[in-house]
Design a protein. Structure first.
Length: 364
């Protein structure tokens, strides 16, 4: 009977996966929302967090039954103490499991967005590098004809060919990076590594976030980050254990109470340290966001300047005032400015996602 049930379950799962694959094949385009939904269904860390949440609920239900046990069965002082402390721990464990699931979902979202935008970045970089190759190739072909006519020297021709070799090398590197970025996204969304991805979205500039102070973001981190809550719960559990030992143990057995007090003091120090560390992380993430936005503005200005310089160089070349190599150098600088602007947009998005990850919740 069990084998029949397992077979039916596998058949249903295969049917669902086939349907999802067919739908994806029909649309032939992957959006960010689709990528996130696929990750929410297939991501390993998210599934693990969901199972841990179920385990926490089971333990909490189990402790409800333990609370109803007759105290005559728990005459030992240690058993009584453990009964109370463990019950409280199970209660708080549900809260931390719920928050951990939410935080794991946020982290999964961060990873998928990171990989998704990386794919877009490399697609655009690849397009621009391919365009540069075509332009440089055209210039080299024209230079070869000029060399045959004696209009340019062999050294000038070799310099242009050297530029083409550099562009070819750059193009191969971008192709490899583009392939790797798609593999990483497929891994996150539960697809085959070589699954074709068709993404038409462009990498736009992020809108500026509303002004939030470090204190506001710090308070959000205290409320939403499970590692912060876990540190607080550990402190609270040690405090409960400390208080309980004072009530359960007779005065002549003081070592248990002293031990519990020391454990509570350590947990309190760890909680205070966690708060300080969290504030440092929030400040660092906020500074990173501001720096990324400033860098984006500078890159945008540099791109506008490089475009103007290239246009001037094109005019001068048409008038015979500069060489083809000079024009190529300006064209390469213009291309580099485009790539730098693309990377600055990507880094600006990543700084926003990093800030959200640091405070444990979305702020957009």
């Amino acid at each position: 009977m069990k084998k029949v049930l397992v077979f039916m379950l596998c058949f249903l799962l295969l049917g669902v996966q086939s349907t999802v694959a067919d739908q994806h094949a029909e649309t032939d385009q992957l959006t960010l929302d689709e990528a996130l939904n696929m990750a929410y269904e297939n991501n390993f860390d998210l599934q693990k967090a969901a199972l841990q949440q179920e385990i926490a609920d089971i333990r909490d239900d189990q402790m409800d039954k333990v609370r109803d046990l007759d105290d005559k069965l728990l005459t030992d002082l240690e058993s009584k103490r453990q009964k109370y402390v463990t019950a409280k721990q199970a209660e708080l464990g549900v809260d931390i499991a719920d928050l951990s699931l939410e935080y794991t979902r946020l982290n999964t979202s961060f990873q998928v967005k990171n990989a998704f935008y990386q794919v877009i970045l490399k697609q655009e970089e690849l397009q621009k590098t391919e365009l540069l190759k075509r332009q440089v190739t055209s210039q080299v072909e024209a230079a070869e004809k000029q060399y045959e006519l004696g209009l340019i020297s062999k050294l000038q021709l070799e310099q242009l060919k050297s530029q083409l070799e550099k562009v070819n090398l750059q193009l191969e590197q971008v192709k490899n990076e583009s392939k790797q970025s798609k593999q990483e996204l497929n891994l996150l969304i539960g697809q085959k590594l070589d699954q074709a991805l068709h993404i038409e979205q462009q990498l736009e500039e992020p809108e500026k976030l509303k002004d939030l102070t470090v204190e506001e973001l710090y308070q959000m981190a205290l409320e939403h980050r499970p590692d912060v809550l876990q540190s607080q719960i550990d402190r609270d559990i040690k405090k409960i254990n400390y208080d309980v030992t004072a009530g359960y143990y007779p005065a002549e057995i003081v070592y248990e109470h002293r031990l519990a007090k020391n454990e509570y003091q350590i947990a309190e120090l760890e909680w205070q340290q966690k708060q300080k560390q969290t504030r440092i992380e929030v400040e660092k993430a906020l500074d990173g966001y501001h720096l990324a936005m400033q860098s984006l503005n500078i890159a945008k200005q540099d791109l506008q300047l490089a475009e103007k310089m290239y246009q001037v160089a094109q005019t001068k070349y048409d008038q015979g005032l500069i060489s083809q190599l000079d024009l190529l150098n300006e064209e390469t600088s213009y291309h580099d400015a485009k790539i730098n602007y693309l990377n600055s947009k990507y880094q600006a998005w990543m700084s926003i996602f990093q800030l959200e990850q640091t405070i444990g919740t979305s702020i957009q």
